[in-house]
Design a protein around this ligand. Sequence first.
Ligand SMILES: [Zn+2]
Length: 195
Amino acid sequence: MEVIKVENSYKRAEKIFNLIKNVTGLDYKLNIAETSEYVWEVKYAPKTVFISTRAIDEVDDDELAFVFSHEFAHVLKKEIHQQQLNKLREKHVQQYQESIKNLKGGGLSKFFWVILYTAAGFAGGYVKGRSLNRDQERTVDELAIEITQEAGFDPSAGVKFFARDGYQARGFWDSILATHPDSMERAERIRNKLK
Ligand SMILES: [Zn+2]
């Protein structure tokens, strides 16, 4: 029975994946891994959406459609998101060079200031990059709602999907360094979007 169950997971995932893929018009392949890990991810080269059998089995059809839509939305937003990241980096380097140029004095004290600015600049850039990443995830979720809906699935699955994680209080560092917004926030945003 175990084998049949796995085979069904594959068929179910392939079917839903293809419906989403058709809406996006993108040429990506589905790569299913038989593992107990709860994971999924898009890879741009080779063009693949990776998902584990556990992730497939744990969610319903609409949620699975939302997960695939989210990954495809990343592909559709890839260029604009890369541009946003480049812009952020450019601006950041500019600010850094400006502040170094404006440093008065010289010798050892200047040397220390340069070190300090470099460290602060690095940390600041990192935090800003993470913040941008969270914003991009939000826009990807929004596009995922549209794709899910267009493929004939229930977009409120996104709410259900994120609500699975439940509320997890974030500490200070987590709230500024996390790559993704909090799951409950994502669920709430989707709920509001669908109103
Ligand atoms: Zn994402």
